[in-house]
Write a protein that binds this ligand. Structure first.
Ligand code: GUN
Length: 283
């Protein structure tokens, strides 16, 4: 079997076109969705992400504010800015780019973001709402994985989904969202014994372990759908996923490439969360 590619870039583009229409409707009702992104320090990868978020906002007709703060910004100053953005009526979503410098406690900052503007879905209240099944703002990458599966008509209900990785940002939430879609979910991680015995049972395998080319065909049941959330920079400068693409593509039915798979969905879901927050705040 040779896998078909799941083209995240094309799905993201289609979703963005749909969102543009919604933004126009909202604007004619006098509301422009607004996103504030805060970055502290000069981390080059974070700079790239932040610029890309700003560019996407402009492309979709959102109001965008980027706050670039120096590395030595105090926690107190950052909390003050979050407080200002919480109160700002033209801002519907707030994202503080992670990682933050070591002298700032990330949890304190995330906790300070108003939950109705928590477009990252990282606030403990958002996480709690997600677990209960309430209609919260969902974390972007996990929500992107579900969106990609749905847009490729992959049946989730009743299937066995196996997730490799248990991070707060991807592994844990994507497991919950798959369960919410009625999959039977197994979570694996770096300490799982006999991991391949479990992954070989997966109809849907989601890999977010942060190790380049970790999953080869020996982990995969023939015909499985494989979603690679990993983004690893190799010594030669190239990007690689957590899945050995060439090897697994010969055995899986659908497979996401890196780049161009899950990645483009992350910012798209951020835009969707901002739109959702704007609609809710103004209703
Ligand atoms: N850094 C890398 N990915 C993310 C993300 O999704 N949200 C935030 N806030 N920071 C990040």
């Amino acid at each position: 079997m040779t896998a078909s590619l799941m083209n995240g870039k094309a799905v993201a583009q289609a979703m963005r076109e749909e969102m543009k229409q919604e933004v126009q409707k909202l604007q004619s009702a006098g509301v422009q969705p607004g996103l504030a992104v805060v970055i502290v320090g000069e981390d080059p990868a974070s700079q790239v992400y932040v610029n890309s978020k700003h560019k996407t906002c402009l492309e979709l007709g959102y109001y965008s504010e980027v706050h670039r703060l120096p590395e030595d910004t105090t926690q107190e100053h950052l909390l003050e800015l979050v407080g200002t953005l919480n109160a700002q009526s033209n801002i519907h979503g707030i994202l503080v780019q992670l990682p933050l410098p070591k002298h700032i406690e990330e949890k304190a900052i995330i906790d300070a973001i108003a939950v109705e503007k928590d477009v990252d879905g990282f606030h403990p209240m958002s996480v709690g709402n997600m677990i209960i099944g309430d209609d919260s703002l969902l974390p972007c990458t996990p929500a992107g994985v579900i969106e990609l599966l749905k847009r490729y008509d992959v049946e989730i209900a009743g299937k066995h989904a196996v997730v490799i990785g248990r991070s707060n940002i991807v592994g844990k939430p994507v497991s919950l969202l798959l369960q919410r879609e009625h999959a039977t979910v197994t979570m694996c991680h770096s300490r799982t014994a006999n991991m391949k015995e479990l992954t070989k049972q997966a109809d849907i395998l989601v890999v977010a372990i942060g190790k380049a080319n970790f999953v080869d065909r020996s982990f995969v049941k023939p015909g499985a759908v494989v979603i690679d959330v990993g983004v690893n920079r190799l010594d030669n400068g190239k990007l690689a996923g957590d899945v050995h693409f060439d090897d697994v593509s010969e055995i899986s039915s659908l497979l996401t490439p890196v780049p161009g798979g899950v990645g483009p969905l992350t910012i798209t879901m951020l835009m969707q969360n901002t739109l959702k927050a704007a609609k809710r705040i103004h209703n």
